[in-house]
Design a protein around this ligand. Structure first.
Ligand code: PLP
Length: 388
């Protein structure tokens, strides 16, 4: 059993602080470990992408972890963290004047997506101190430098080559300093794209420095780390030696959301009823897609439901492998409370499920708590607990 689920088990047994389900449990030490392991595998700075998990209690407990900065994409996120020591980056193609004004007022670094955003920034020049900005580059720009056989899907983020040149001219006219550029290939794309991204960025930064007429001080190479990035077989040491080819005056950074928080979070729901319809068995739980929409896999064509661990309240421990049988007719679908026939959030094969048992889903620390259809049926919000 994993380290953190041990901690959860303790809460379930000892009832020091009884966990009320449905709930999310986040482990501070797991966040810390993921952050440090990923950062040292990369050998660069590592920015936390707040949208993956913006639970305030967790952020407060992890304040000391995210030393290299936090990236935010909305004014709501900015309001959560209006102050703070770590550098805060603001990045969203739709950022409007109110958001940009608030970001400048709270001394954020702006990651600029389009020319109009530069014009908005210009309105605040002289009224407020302005950090040097970062320009976001559309990932297709990298294809100008290296011919890829497998191109990433087009998206609407950042500048293409000609608008990038125009943006650099506009910044020069307005006296806005550019400190760096930012590329991002998309979530889960790191293993497939990182080497080529870094290779093309080596040429791209030279061009950008020529167009600017002065050196860049930072390059954000993006991220796209999967929740199980340790298992992908990626050759980090070869990657680090490629990164060592960047000139010393450029501070390299990566960013990650799920690679840091996904495996540090758990979703717990308890079994209310067990029933059988023909040969199908169901465990009807106190939580489901209303509290954890992503587990229901409604957005994937081929659903493979996650298998939670089962904490047995009768035995006061997790069911062991022997107690989880491999016979198909002992398979239970775990269903929630929403009256939606797609409210199936997991499946478990066990020969002794009991009412009151708690299903513990791993890997729910990123996006699960926030990506929800909350108003539906007025179902309860999940509780949140932070453990060491
Ligand atoms: C959302 C986002 C991330 C984080 O993605 P993960 O898959 O959670 O790591 C990083 N960079 C940018 C620009 C993003 O929009």
């Amino acid at each position: 059993m994993s380290h953190a689920s041990n901690k959860i088990e303790r809460h379930l047994i000892e009832s020091v602080e009884p966990l009320s389900t449905p709930c999310y449990v986040y482990s501070v030490s797991e966040v810390e470990k993921n952050y440090h392991d990923l950062k040292s595998a990369l050998g660069t700075q590592l920015i936390y992408s707040l949208k993956a998990n913006s639970n305030l209690d967790l952020l407060v407990r992890c304040g000391h972890v995210f030393v290299d900065g936090i990236e935010m994409a909305s004014i709501g996120e900015l309001n959560l963290l209006a102050n703070g020591k770590a550098t805060r980056y603001i990045n969203n193609p739709s950022a409007d004047k109110a958001f940009i004004r608030a970001a400048i007022a709270s001394k954020c670094v702006l990651v600029i997506d389009n020319i109009e955003q530069i014009n908005i920034v210009a309105e605040f020049i002289g009224k407020r101190p302005l950090n040097a900005v970062v320009l976001r580059i559309n990932h297709e720009v990298l294809d100008h430098y290296i011919d890829r056989t497998k191109k990433s899907r087009p998206n609407h983020f950042g500048f293409d080559i000609s608008s990038l040149k125009a943006a650099i001219i506009r910044c020069a006219e307005l006296g806005i300093k550019v400190q760096g550029i930012h590329v991002f290939q998309g979530s889960d794309a790191f293993n497939d794209t990182a080497m080529l991204t870094a290779q093309s960025a080596l040429s791209l930064v030279k061009d950008v420095e020529n167009w600017l007429g002065y050196p860049l001080t930072m390059l954000n190479l993006g991220g796209g780390f999967s929740s199980n990035w340790r298992e992908g077989g990626f050759d980090f040491s070869r990657y680090r030696s490629l990164l060592s080819e960047f000139p010393n005056h450029i501070n390299l950074v990566h960013e990650s959301g799920r690679g840091i928080v996904a495996s540090a979070g758990y979703f717990l729901t308890s079994i209310r009823y067990i029933k059988k319809i023909d040969q199908r068995r169901y465990a009807i739980c106190d939580g489901g897609m209303a509290q954890n929409f992503l587990l229901a896999k409604t957005e994937t064509a081929f659903k493979r439901y996650q298998e939670p661990k089962i904490f047995s309240h009768n035995l006061k421990r997790e069911l062991t492998l022997e107690e989880t049988s491999k016979k198909d007719n002992d398979t239970y679908l775990i269903v929630g409370t929403s009256c939606n026939k797609d409210d199936i959030i997991g499946q478990v094969t066990a020969n002794s499920l009991s009412i009151g048992d708690t299903a513990v889903f791993a890997n729910c620390g990123a996006y699960h708590a926030s990506y929800r259809v909350a108003p539906f049926l007025h179902l309860p919000d999940p509780k949140t607990y932070i453990v060491e």
